[in-house]
Design a protein around this ligand. Structure first.
Ligand SMILES: [Zn+2]
Length: 255
């Protein structure tokens, strides 16, 4: 546990790094939505009925028990629709308004997208790497549908007859090609990394920060857990909401 003074020093260093950054790469994870009451849906806390998330979020589970998989996603959707974006989401949007940046999110709750859209920011600068709980698409023709428009009492089907599935990246699946391209190309264009509420252990997303570190670019890690940061990182031992709000305090608006 850092002493409060250490947090203040780390914050000052992080603000300074932000102040001189030309282009920022942000990687965010479940910790960003924790203050909104969205659980991680991972590990023991992610248990649903008798299932573990790893058993439900797969193509094989959808093929063998589609009703169970749909019921789980319906439940998760209800959880995120009842949640509101927190001050951390809003601070991240303010940061993106002030700094040239790209945000790579590992969250599927759509909360950051909500405030991003409200602010009128370019959707191309926010990549939901793992998809969204709020959308479904047809397995056969790929047509996309908002989850809110789908019937809740039956397995939804597309007009073409194909099955609709949640538009999230399941275990064992690859990210979308455009996201893989972003992860490979963006770190070379950015001179500062910011990891928020993520242990940055999940590849290939974690690889984006690795590229920055190999290029000796600073990486700010906002996380109460010191294990989320590597030696050489600028570790700020605060949660995502508090950390982002504090990070932006006093930051000048760049014209
Ligand atoms: Zn279809």
């Amino acid at each position: 546990m850092h002493a409060p003074a250490a947090v203040e020093v780390a914050l000052a260093q992080a603000r300074q790094a932000l102040g001189s950054a030309r282009r920022l790469l942000v990687l965010c994870g479940a910790g960003l939505s924790a203050a909104s009451g969205v659980p991680t849906f991972r590990g023991p806390d992610g248990l649903w009925r008798q299932w573990r998330p790893e058993e439900l979020a797969t193509q094989a589970a959808f093929d063998h028990a589609p009703e169970e998989v749909w019921a789980w996603y319906r439940w998760r959707l209800e959880v995120v629709l009842a949640a509101r974006p927190n001050l951390g989401h809003r601070a991240l949007v303010r940061l993106a308004e002030r700094r040239e940046s790209v945000v790579l999110s590992q969250n599927v709750d759509g909360l950051l997208e909500e405030v991003w859209e409200e602010a009128g920011l370019d959707p191309a600068r926010l990549a939901a790497l793992h998809g969204s709980l709020r959308r479904a698409h047809c397995e056969r023709c790929a047509v996309a549908r908002p989850m809110s428009e789908l019937p809740t009492d039956a397995l939804p089907r597309c007009a073409c007859g194909g099955r609709l599935r949640p538009s999230v990246v399941w275990f064992g699946e690859s990210l979308q090609p455009r996201h893989l391209h972003l992860l490979a190309e963006e770190p070379a264009c950015c001179d500062l990394g910011l990891a928020v509420g993520t242990s940055a252990l999940v590849w290939p997303a974690a690889g984006a920060l690795e590229i920055l570190r190999r290029r000796s670019r600073p990486v700010i890690v906002l996380n109460p857990d010191p294990a989320a940061a590597l030696p050489g990182d600028l570790h700020v031992a605060l949660g995502a909401e508090d950390g982002l709000v504090r990070l932006l305090e006093g930051m000048e608006v760049r014209a």
